[in-house]
Design a protein around this ligand. Structure first.
Ligand SMILES: Cc1cc2nc3c(=O)[nH]c(=O)nc-3n(C[C@H](O)[C@H](O)[C@H](O)COP(=O)(O)O)c2cc1C
Length: 133
């Protein structure tokens, strides 16, 4: 069965552990109920999120996330059908380490604006590789 995948970036607005925890708890419950899995890479200067699952459900969830006032500058980088899930075991994996993404300096200097789909896909590929290894 094909899987619809969306990856976006945004800028956290009011980033703190309580906010983040609330987002994750809600995301994990809501995603599990509609067959969505994925990962959220979080740092105070950037969110990068991958959602995958049935196309209609992913689109509906993305529409809600886009309207959320806990982040700004929502930018879609990847939107495509793939043959299999990368995060099939996680309703929403949380990666606070943000190990493979741009440095804070790079973000300040416009890395998000210049991001390519391949680059953003690559971050999640590495995250998936270490978690499924
Ligand atoms: C960075 C970020 C990631 C989010 N990820 C998800 C998610 O994966 N699934 C989800 O259902 N809601 C997610 N949310 C929460 C939604 O934006 C929204 O608050 C929630 O779905 C409730 O929507 P409603 O109040 O319109 O029912 C996320 C919010 C933010 C700010």
């Amino acid at each position: 069965m094909s899987v619809y995948r969306v990856v976006y970036t945004s800028r956290p607005f009011g980033f703190d552990s309580g906010t983040l925890n609330g987002i994750l708890v809600h995301a994990q419950r809501a995603n599990a109920s509609v067959g969505i899995t994925g990962a959220l890479i979080c740092r105070e200067d950037v969110y990068l999120q991958l959602l995958e699952g049935p196309e209609e459900e992913v689109k509906k969830t993305i529409a809600r996330i886009k309207r959320d006032d806990r982040h700004l500058e929502f930018t879609t980088h990847v939107e495509k059908t793939v043959s299999e899930r990368s995060f099939g075991r996680w309703a929403m994996l949380h990666d606070p380490a943000a190990t493979w993404i741009w440095s804070r300096d790079a973000v300040r200097n416009g890395a998000i604006e210049h991001a390519t789909a391949a680059e953003v896909d690559g971050f999640f590929q590495k995250l998936s590789d270490v978690n499924t290894a």
